[in-house]
Design a protein around this ligand. Structure first.
Ligand code: OAD
Length: 254
């Protein structure tokens, strides 16, 4: 889909320019065009016999910390080798142009920040950070160390990635900030998420229930699609820049 229908573009421009508080909720589809596989995409190479859902759990780490750590090392390598895509940059532009934007991401790749987004609510943590598995404090990992996973320099326990695994709670600060934004916004745009994982998916329901306009960008239908006011079906790396362009054009107030 491209934003060519003038009625659709006009309605979208009106919604975005009138919004006093826009929440943008992103998922792994937002990074797909950078070359980061989405969470549920088949894994390739060495990791093709594992499912992400079976590695991203405290139980998997307890059972085999080395395999889980090495899977994250592999993912860190991918993230370090890719760049933000036009969708990430369009979100930075929206943050500059709209009245107030809260950006919440389920992604752990840090690509929003690398594109220039500030104040990102990292709902599921960040792959590039590590923390002590016992004390949960963020630690610097000594990459010259051969241990896999390394040990915490303070207490000697195993170090783990600073991400939220299945079955773990969202950190309080991020959860409260995201819930407050969802309850306060008048527009929520949900980008590149299958909307299957709670509580992230419920943020859109919460905003909708409070009367916010819901915009979804995704090439595929999701459980949110029937409830969205605007469904922009296509890759976010193309649709988001088109949206920014529409906001710049005649009739766009920014
Ligand atoms: P998923 O892998 O479940 O969904 C990715 C979504 O991106 C799908 O709906 C795709 O249709 C869509 N998509 C693919 N390519 C796209 C593109 N170019 N542009 C826009 N959308 C595209 O990933 P998430 O919904 O992010 O949590 O998964 C949510 C959470 O599930 C993850 O943060 C992770 C996992 O559990 C934890 O690890 C706690």
């Amino acid at each position: 889909m491209t934003l060519r229908d003038p009625d659709l573009v006009g309605a979208l421009v009106a919604v975005f320019t009138q919004s006093a508080h826009t929440v943008i909720l992103t998922g792994s589809g937002t990074s797909a065009e950078s070359g980061v596989p989405t969470f549920r995409d088949a894994q390739n190479g060495l990791w093709s016999r594992y499912r992400a859902e079976d590695l991203a759990t405290p139980e998997a780490f307890a059972r085999d910390p080395q395999v889980v750590w090495e899977w994250y090392e592999w993912r860190r390598g991918i993230v370090a080798s890719v760049q933000p895509n036009p969708g990430h940059y369009a979100i930075v532009e929206l943050q500059r142009r709209l009245r107030r934007v809260t950006l919440i991401t389920q992604n752990v790749d840090g690509l929003h920040q690398r594109a220039g987004s500030a104040d990102v609510i990292e709902f599921h943590g960040n792959l590039m950070r590590s923390k002590c598995s016992a004390e949960h404090c963020v630690v610097e990992v000594d990459r010259s160390e051969q241990a896999s996973p390394p040990r915490c320099p303070n207490c000697g326990e195993l170090v783990r990635p600073d991400v939220v695994w299945f079955g773990e709670a969202i950190p309080d600060v991020e959860l409260e900030a995201a819930l407050a934004a969802a309850a306060d916004c008048d527009l929520m745009m949900v980008v590149g998420t299958s909307a299957q994982v709670q509580p992230a998916a419920s943020l859109a329901e919460r905003a909708r229930a409070r009367g916010a306009v819901l915009v979804e960008i995704n090439p595929e239908a999701t459980p949110l699609t029937p409830r969205a006011d605007f469904v922009l079906s296509g890759p976010s790396g193309r649709i988001l820049p088109e949206l920014v362009e529409a906001l710049r054009g005649p009739g766009g107030a920014c």
